[in-house]
Write a protein that binds this ligand. Sequence first.
Ligand code: NAP
Length: 279
Amino acid sequence: MNVFVTGATGNLGQAVVEALKTKNIDVKAGARHPERLADGIKAVRFDYEDPTTFASALDEVQGVFLQAPSMESAAPEIMKPFIDQAKLAGIQHIVLNSALGVDANEAAPLRVVERMLMETGIAYTILRPNFFMENFSIGFIAPMIAHSGAFFLAADDAKTSFISVKDIASVVATSFAEGLTGKAFNLTGSRALDRQEVASIISEAAGKPIAYNAIPEEAMLEGARANGMPEGAVQYMAGLYQAVRNGWTEATTSDVEAVTGSAPITFEAFAKENAGLWK
Ligand SMILES: NC(=O)c1ccc[n+]([C@@H]2O[C@H](COP(=O)([O-])OP(=O)(O)OC[C@H]3O[C@@H](n4cnc5c(N)ncnc54)[C@H](OP(=O)(O)O)[C@@H]3O)[C@@H](O)[C@H]2O)c1
């Protein structure tokens, strides 16, 4: 099987490329700047907002790993032309990365994308992961830790069952390899942690103190704006952290183990593996 991977330069996209290779699935990686992808990967330029990039993305592939640009409230409008084109190209299986909890709100952008995919008639698998552990190592929290030895979030003392992108990627690869279609999986780690506990685990792994500072929502949003985040993404982020403070990211599921046969990576193991990034 050949699979086209959207967002292949992203945190999750890179892990998906690696996981597909371990299942001997041929990968074509898509990115707006394919030159940023590692050597040895078959890559094409791909931009949801440039339909001239769709034909080479969909040529000679049977599967597509679909993910939205991060924190994009216009995801349905941006992704629809490509999903329509995938249908016309005869794609046989799409694995969509959505997000935990969106099925509780029919108006949530990623829920609208889920519905759009289901209505195409293409065989699908929907993955709804919780917050990524990698937000702390290579994602948006990493620069805060590097800059000030602390991270600042409007999460109070709420708990979240963080998941590693490696586990999500394993579920993606198994979904394609075993044809797990017509299913939705809610993907979490096996334990919920508050962010003080996360800070302790990272401090222990890094061998130096890294603090969590709970801040008010407005301070977090102002900080994001000051770092150049577009207003649409700022509002999206506000919704995400409201969900965290409401306790909606605390539950755990057994879906990772049920699909892959392995328990999810613990935060301690993730921190040990990435300790060098925080030293
Ligand atoms: N981070 C989390 O905790 C979390 C939790 C649940 C769900 N999610 C969802 O998981 C997905 C991946 O998250 P992530 O943290 O891995 O994000 P990320 O590192 O920012 O990756 C997003 C990818 O989207 C690509 N992209 C952006 N605009 C694009 C466009 N117009 N056309 C094509 N590709 C475009 C980017 O590639 P280029 O810029 O190189 O083109 C990048 O590779 C997102 O949909 C996010 O909403 C994230």
